[in-house]
Design a protein around this ligand. Structure first.
Ligand code: GAL
Length: 678
């Protein structure tokens, strides 16, 4: 296995080693329970507890009344037991008194329904009342706890965009108009960008523009695309307002907000710029035998968002969640394996929702580190055992991994791809991405995600499973990479539209035509349930969802359709530029993309040969020490042959050449450069 890595970084927080703990919603319990909690946290090796996430009503029972006494006592108690605190700004669930005084701050859906109090996340992101109240609470907390010795991290809000990603009220409309006037300056520029000459949609002034509320038919695509951009920015403005207060009052303590993996509504590239480090909430479904592949993909994104810096798994379920239709528990060993997987992909801490299982409220059937049954439970035994294992892995903190291959992810393109009235509604970003990612995962190749314009230095290949929206600059960026000797593989329905979602002149792939050496005459979507066959140097491959009437303009045809309307026409092409090559895959090959990517990446992208179901990554510390993570997701034990010798940090055993891993078992082998076998 290969894979380069950059140097180690300082820890995420001042707490040494890998962070371990969870959400501690202590306000649910009488203080007599806290003593037991603190003692048990210590027993489990918990190093950090996230406190106060939904405690707004308790902290501020009325507009001018504050109650910090309980939080003072809680922080003192945790500190006394050696547990650091990730203190939440508590702004994700506004209290009833605030909502009743200002019902206009409740969010409104596209068809005009105002969502009621009684759950959480009930606020309009553009509400000045909400933002001011959130900032006031954040300031009060920051001023009170800035010097508390327990404080190690600020937890801003909670999962921005969870439940409510957009609001269509009058305040949002005004904020949208302000955002549009900053973007376009004058309404004629907006009219041009939105193509309002069509369907008589012309605006005479910004005051005539509204959010894309429920309407008789399809909405204006650029209006919808701008709405997606605006909604991400509106929530980001809430976050930035809180972050600014923390930076002003408490700059010595890092701050983060918990992301929700690959989440469509928020452009996490933009968001990550405002985080001191990235943290993520991940809830892979134990009922899904491929859940670990999607999880790996999400963790690669989290690592990539801040250029490879370690990140924090802020929340996961110790066993079952409570919000799916059927909530399967994690069978013994799965919680440990999936936690180690996050570490394998760059996390420097493992946290859970939540510490103690609730007796009441919406999440009382959600698993917890300390289940209802208490310390006799299987869950508790696993909590304690894993805490001890994390201590043995402490030295991994700060080490990094870097992918050999870059995968392009652009939220603008994702949003635009999934707008209505396209040749096929089946072209969904995650459905297009997943098989490409899975192919690399099965091959043992670590990838980084990149956004258009990012540095591509050192990547052996760049993959773009879909780039529906692509600017001229984006195309030049890819062309520079290929002309410099790189391999690009570009998926179908790419290079279609520009920043305003106007179709590029001359036909797809628009600005990529010279680079790819092809032009698309017409998209040829494939009906639901149907497929077509493509003959390639890797054998016959099956295409579903999408094909294209493709013509070459200098590219070599590598694969052709065998049957149907497109029989004999090119399906996959390669255009050579010096030492570089630009491949185009004009159809959706599903899992069959693996054979083609093998061909495109060839021997330049190498990986340790692994039995099916085994995942391997390598993290490297600044001093050159490697940590080889080996994870067996399969149901049987496997034999591995390694190119290195070292010590398995989980067991303390020496490892040389061969290693046996039981079902759902893992090893973290520390190797020093001198210990690499010939
Ligand atoms: C998260 C949320 C937590 C809890 C958890 C349950 O989305 O941040 O507060 O609800 O889900 O799985």
């Amino acid at each position: 296995m290969t894979g380069s890595a950059s140097g180690a970084s300082a820890g995420l927080t001042r707490v040494p080693g890998l962070l371990y703990g969870g959400d501690y919603n202590a306000e649910q319990w009488g203080e007599h329970v806290w003593d037991e909690d603190a003692r048990l946290m210590r027993q489990a090796g918990v190093t950090m507890a996230t406190v106060g996430v939904f405690a707004w009503a308790r902290l501020q029972p009325a507009s001018d009344s504050w109650d910090f006494g309980w939080l003072d006592r809680l922080l003192d108690l945790l500190h006394g037991h050696g547990v650091a605190v990730d203190l939440a700004t508590a702004t994700a669930s506004p209290p009833a008194w605030l909502v009743r005084a200002h019902p206009e701050m409740l969010p409104v859906t596209a068809d005009g329904v105002r969502l009621e109090f009684g759950s959480r996340q009930h606020y309009c992101p553009s509400s000045a009342v909400y933002r001011a109240a959130a900032v006031r609470l954040t300031r009060a907390l920051a001023e009170r706890y800035r010097d508390h010795p327990a404080l190690a991290l600020w937890h801003i809000h909670n999962e921005y965009g969870d439940h409510v990603t957009e609001c269509f009220c009058a305040d949002s409309a005004a904020d949208f108009r302000r955002w549009l006037s900053e973007r376009y300056h004058d309404v004629e520029t907006l009219n041009h960008a939105w193509g309002t000459a069509f369907w008589s949609q012309r605006y005479a002034g910004f005051e005539e523009v509204e959010p894309p509320r429920a309407a008789p038919g399809p909405g204006n695509p650029t209006q919808l695309l701008d709405w997606r951009r605006f909604c991400s920015d509106a929530l980001l403005a809430c976050h930035r307002a809180e972050k600014a207060v923390l930076d002003e009052i408490c700059p010595q303590v890092p701050a983060t907000t918990n992301f929700m993996s690959m989440f469509k509504a928020l452009d996490y590239w933009e968001w990550a710029r405002h985080e001191d480090f990235v943290s993520d909430d991940a809830y892979p479904d134990p009922a899904d035998p491929r859940a670990h592949v999607t999880a790996a993909m999400n963790y690669d994104l989290m690592r990539s968002l801040k250029d490879g810096r370690p990140w924090l798994l802020m929340e996961q379920a110790p066993s079952a969640v409570s919000w799916r239709t059927v909530n399967l528990p994690k069978r013994p060993g799965l919680q440990r394996l999936w936690s180690l997987q996050a570490l394998a992909r760059g996390a420097d801490g493992i946290m859970y929702f939540q510490w103690r299982a609730s007796a009441a409220g919406a999440e009382k059937f959600h698993s917890a580190m300390l289940p209802h049954r208490g310390t006799a439970s299987r869950g508790w035994q696993e909590t304690v055992r894993f805490g001890a294992e994390l201590r043995r892995l402490a030295e991994v903190a700060g080490s990094r991994l870097r992918g050999q291959v870059a995968v392009v992810l652009d939220w603008d393109s994702w949003w635009a791809l999934e707008l209505d009235e396209h040749p096929s509604a089946r072209m969904r970003w995650l459905d297009l991405l997943r098989p490409w990612y899975a192919a690399l995962f099965e091959r043992g190749v670590t990838i980084d995600f990149v956004r258009p314009g990012a540095s591509l230095d050192g990547y052996r290949a760049v993959l773009a499973p879909n780039l529906y929206l692509l600017t001229e600059e984006g195309a030049h960026w890819l062309a520079r990479y290929v002309h410099g000797g790189g391999t690009l593989v570009c998926g179908p329905f790419s290079g279609i539209s520009d920043r305003d979602d106007h179709v590029h002149a001359g036909g797809p792939p628009g600005p990529l035509r010279p680079l790819l050496g092809v032009v698309v005459d017409e998209p040829w979507p494939i009906a639901d349930g149907a497929w077509t066959t493509v003959r390639s140097p890797s054998g016959e491959l099956r295409a579903t969802l999408w094909s294209e009437w493709l013509e070459t303009e200098g590219a070599e045809t590598l694969a052709r359709y065998v049957c149907g309307d497109l029989a004999g026409r090119p399906a996959v092409t390669r255009n050579v530029h010096g030492a570089g090559a630009a491949w185009y895959v004009g159809c959706h090959l599903g899992t069959d993309i693996a054979a083609l990517l093998d061909l495109a990446l060839g021997p330049t992208v190498t990986a340790l040969p692994l039995p099916p179901g085994v995942e391997a990554t390598r993290r490297r510390a600044g001093d050159g020490t490697d940590y080889l993570f080996l994870l067996n997701h399969g149901p049987d034990s496997v034999q591995l042959t390694l190119d290195a010798a070292g010590t398995d940090l989980l067991t303390g055993a020496a490892v040389a050449g061969r290693l046996t891993l039981g079902a759902l078992d893992a090893a973290v082998v520390r190797t020093h450069p001198t210990e690499v076998l010939p």
